[in-house]
Write a protein that binds this ligand. Structure first.
Ligand SMILES: [Ca+2]
Ligand SMILES: [Ca+2]
Ligand SMILES: [Ca+2]
Length: 189
């Protein structure tokens, strides 16, 4: 057999290299919905960020990060991210505050099992794979219909990215969130 593509399968517990026709589903009770690539820890090796890691109700959820070693090995680096009740597919990686370290903006539900209680959460990166939820980010922590997709773009060319989120469901909408104050000029900081 002449396989043109092999693949690396990354699980929660371990990474295995599977070639060819093998396929393995995610473990029972878990689901991953979205993926982004970025060099989180600035070692020039791409890293993987995943969101929508739904597991059993009542467990802490949130994005997952796997740091790549450049040789196909991956190390989990998700400390500080598991603060949500549920997470959805909404995920983007970028430097939200211009400090040079990549941040994660992820959609999730921190409030409970209620429709339209989805929000956007800024996890500030330390450039080494550590994460801290910015509690008073000003982003909505609830009130959105389920967020399927997020992207970042500096729409107004002020040097900081805006957050553009697509909500689905009955109250579907595209919303854009802009920092009111560029880095270092927030009078409330
Ligand atoms: Ca890296
Ligand atoms: Ca940053
Ligand atoms: Ca901007």
């Amino acid at each position: 057999m002449n396989h043109r593509w092999g693949f690396t399968f990354i699980t929660e517990m371990a990474q295995e290299v599977l070639l060819g026709d093998l396929w393995t589903s995610t473990p029972p009770g878990r689901e991953f919905q979205s993926l982004a690539l970025a060099d989180i820890n600035r070692d020039s090796h791409p890293d993987i960020v995943i969101n929508g890691t739904l597991s059993e109700s009542g467990q802490a959820n949130g994005p997952d990060v796997y740091l790549g070693d450049g040789r196909g090995g991956w190390k989990r680096s998700s400390d500080g991210l598991k603060v949500l009740k549920y997470s959805s597919a909404g995920l983007a990686v970028g430097d939200l505050d211009g400090d040079g370290n990549l941040d994660i903006v992820a959609a999730g539900n921190i409030a409970g099992d209620v429709p339209n209680w989805w929000g956007l959460f800024w996890f500030k990166g330390d450039g080494k794979g550590g994460w801290l939820l910015v509690e008073d980010s000003g982003l909505p922590s609830t009130g959105l219909s389920v967020v399927h997709s997020i992207t970042l773009a500096d729409v107004d060319h002020d040097g900081l990215p805006e957050i553009i989120a697509l909500s689905g469901g009955n109250n579907g909408a595209i919303t854009m969130w802009k920092r009111r104050y560029p880095a270092g000029t927030d009078p409330n900081a």
